[in-house]
Design a protein around this ligand. Structure first.
Ligand SMILES: *[C@@H]1O[C@H](CO)[C@@H](O)[C@H](O)[C@H]1NC(C)=O
Ligand SMILES: *[C@@H]1O[C@H](CO)[C@@H](O)[C@H](O)[C@H]1NC(C)=O
Length: 720
């Protein structure tokens, strides 16, 4: 209520009251709804009703629901029974209009006056909502009148009519609670006599969806810059119905959640909390398949801005391949956390079971306040993520993450009728953050926060990640939806992205090096020097000798992994001239080396040269456009007792790059490079920096002797 946003919405509220003249209509309109549980959906419905001053009577609260369920949805008879009994008291109220409507998936978008006006325009005593699909008895299709446009079939999710007419409508109900209410109303509607008699106007006469339940979607406004986009549309849009909970989970173009959450429930602010008073979070980490950049993942985990003494870790690692990385993280940093539990590949726990286990740890631990599920392929760059999510104060909430520049993300905006993915109209806008807010969605995965309170109450089943043949993620969402718990997605902040796991090879020592194609941004972050960008702008580039440029290119990690990869491969050339790997005589002087193609790194190296060397070349040698073609690219090893130096030579290249892969004074002594023509030496190469110099003709040079330790350089002869 403190926020300006709320002030804004309230002023609209009063405006609307005035123009609507609602007082007059309040007496003549009653909303009846059946809700056996006060789910989040019901609360949303009630909030919207209160907002517009609707008079609502709730039937069946705390009654056991008998009217069918998701597996056997034909039911609904209980609703008719409750309605029938409730209508008795209104039988003689001829002017009273009653809207009987579902509440879990419905909310109001405008006031009683508008609703009554539209109802009266329909000029019928009773009006039903319409559906695109016939249900539950498809054999009745032929009996349905044709419609020119709009929806053809009757839906029982909402109908409106005069009290005496409604009473008459349900009078004949003698069914059981789990009989189909929709079939009952359909039969009334399809019986010409009854239809005329009761003036039931159904789909053929009046397309309720078009008239009464105009979807907010069609009103499309650019909501981005409005504090509460909802308010602007409300006068136009009557009632938003999510007609079919599964099939038509209407994306929240507007709801009380989007844009108005501040007004809605109030944020729970964590600022001012002492560290030790922050909620305790159990983070479930799932490494379910070979995943690149796992060391970066753990690094980001450690960097999350949240006290580690308020975090417990549950790690499920399904992959032998990652044993070492997990081990090393737990050994080095496990103690910083409140507790750590690891389930490894040898425990043979499969995905769904592991996820159930992790959640259950939090559920059963009275000190656990939140459960945060995090899959290893999620690159969570926002270090404030945990705090941001907690502050939203929702039972289940996911931060939006998506593949770089792709539409693949961790949520669905809608479900298909059979419960799989369907593209919602606003999906792209939400993924690309052209619409920003807090969205109620039917499916989330990979990273989300769940209140432990909900795990102990609404989501108390221990087996949330299983449901028939559904995958664990879909089963989870299915079960959460079934419990009437809303899943939210926030894209109010940037959180990070999802790695591509396709083409991740596990045959090398440092497999991330090979990820330059699949995950170029992550590759760059891990391997390209933080000051490369500055170098690209001409800053930090040095010229230690004429036409010899020197600039940062690799991180320490890149250098280390490349060296380790070469040593792991181990087949260093002998340094004699007859080595068969020396192709076409380009390599004038033999070195102790391993070529990129020997470790299967040719394509990747070429991509690296193209993406990172070519742009800078064109900057430094204006007018020269390189294709960064190479026939020779290799790592050279210098050792005092092996090959300490290299005699003067020309390179068989137009230009050469020479990247120092380790540190003088620490890893080796001596070394360096001398350009004879200029009598100019670079004696203290910097790790991760490259020399770039013209090859044949001018830059006759020699490798100065390494006197101690081992020196490694990565050399490429470009445009031979
Ligand atoms: C990048 O450049 C800045 C400014 O020159 C320097 O302070 C920083 O140490 C450099 N980063 C690395 C990794 O060398
Ligand atoms: C090369 O430079 C060194 C010092 O940098 C100097 O001692 C030497 O005389 C120079 N040699 C020639 C041939 O100019």
């Amino acid at each position: 209520l403190k926020s300006r946003k709320c002030a804004f919405s309230f002023s609209w509220y009063f405006l609307m009251l005035k123009s609507d003249g609602q007082d007059l209509h309040l007496k003549n309109l009653l909303i009846l709804t059946v809700a056996t549980k006060q789910t989040e959906g019901f609360q949303r419905f009630r909030r919207s009703a209160q907002f517009f001053n609707y008079k609502v009577q709730v039937l069946g609260l705390d009654e056991e629901w008998q009217g069918g369920d998701d597996e056997n949805p034909a039911g609904g008879g209980q609703k008719v029974r409750l309605l029938k009994s409730a209508l008795k008291q209104y039988a003689d109220k001829e002017d009273l209009v009653i809207l009987f409507i579902d509440s879990y998936d419905v909310l109001f978008a405008s006031g009683p006056a508008e609703l009554l006006k539209k109802f009266k325009q329909a000029k019928s005593k009773v009006v039903f909502s319409a559906e695109n699909y016939i249900y539950p008895d498809r054999k009745l299709e032929a009996k349905y009148p044709q419609v020119r446009d709009g929806k053809r079939f009757l839906g029982s999710g909402g109908f409106i009519g005069y009290a005496p007419n409604l009473k008459k409508l349900v009078e004949e109900w003698k069914g059981h609670d789990d009989d189909s209410d929709q079939l009952f109303y359909t039969n009334v509607f399809l019986d010409p006599e009854k239809r005329v008699d009761q003036h039931v106007i159904g789909p053929s006469g009046c397309h309720v969806n078009d008239v009464l339940m105009k979807r907010a979607l069609t009103l499309g406004v650019d909501a981005k810059n409005l504090p509460c986009p909802v308010m602007h549309n409300m006068a136009n849009c009557l009632l938003q119905l999510q007609l079919n909970y599964l099939g038509n989970y209407i994306p929240q173009i507007w709801t009380f959640e989007t844009g108005c959450t501040v007004c809605d429930e109030g944020l729970r602010s964590l600022t001012g909390f002492k560290d030790e008073a922050l909620p305790m979070i159990l983070i479930g980490i799932f490494i379910e398949q070979p995943t690149p950049f796992l060391s970066q993942f753990f690094l980001r985990l450690r960097n999350l801005h949240y006290p580690k003494q308020r975090i417990q870790l549950f790690i499920h690692n399904h992959e032998q391949h990652h044993l070492k990385q997990v081990d090393s993280f737990v050994k080095k940093h496990g103690k910083e956390y409140l507790a750590v539990k690891v389930i490894g590949p040898d425990d043979e726990v499969e995905n769904a079971e592991a996820r159930n286990l992790g959640m259950d740890l939090c559920r059963k631990d009275p000190d656990c306040d939140y459960y945060f599920s995090l899959d290893a392929e999620i690159v969570l760059k926002n270090t404030e993520t945990l705090r941001i999510l907690i502050e939203q104060n929702k039972l289940v909430i996911a931060p939006l993450v998506s593949r770089h520049e792709k539409l693949w993300s961790n949520f669905w905006g809608a479900l298909s009728p059979d419960g799989y993915y369907a593209r919602s109209e606003d999906y792209v806008d939400v993924v690309q953050r052209r619409r920003v807010g807090l969205w109620n969605v039917p499916y989330i995965s990979s990273v989300y926060l769940v209140k432990a309170k909900a795990l102990r109450l609404e989501l108390d089943q221990g087996d949330l990640f299983r449901n028939g043949k559904l995958d664990a993620d879909m089963a989870f969402c299915h079960n959460v939806r079934n419990q009437g718990v809303f899943m939210y997605l926030t894209n109010r902040h940037e959180f990070g992205h999802i790695l591509s796991l396709e083409n991740y090879q596990t045959t090398h020592l440092h497999n991330d090096l090979w990820q330059i194609f699949s995950n170029p941004e992550d590759w760059r972050e891990k391997y390209i020097h933080e000051n490369y960008t500055a170098a690209l702008k001409g800053k930090l580039v040095e010229m230690p000798c004429p036409d010899v440029y020197w600039f940062p290119i690799f991180t320490d990690t890149a250098c280390d992994e490349l060296v380790e990869e070469m040593e792991h491969y181990g087949q260093w050339s002998t340094g004699d001239n007859t080595d068969s790997r020396i192709q076409g005589g380009y390599e004038n002087v033999p070195t102790i080396d391993i070529h990129m193609n020997q470790i299967g790194f040719e394509r990747e190296w070429y991509k690296f040269l193209l993406d990172y060397i070519a742009p800078i070349t064109e900057k430094l040698y204006p007018g020269y456009y390189t294709k960064t073609q190479f026939e020779l690219a290799f790592v050279v090893r210098y050792k005092p007792d092996e090959q300490p130096s290299l005699m003067p030579h020309h390179d068989a290249s137009t230009f050469t790059i020479n990247i120092a892969l380790n540190r003088v004074g620490i890893d080796y002594e001596g070394g360096g490079c001398r350009f004879l023509r200029y009598n100019c030496s670079i004696r203290a190469p910097r790790k991760g920096w490259t020399l770039m110099h013209p090859g044949r003709l001018t830059h006759y040079h020699e490798g100065l002797p390494t006197t101690k330790g081992t020196r490694y350089i990565a050399v490429s002869f470009l445009d031979p």
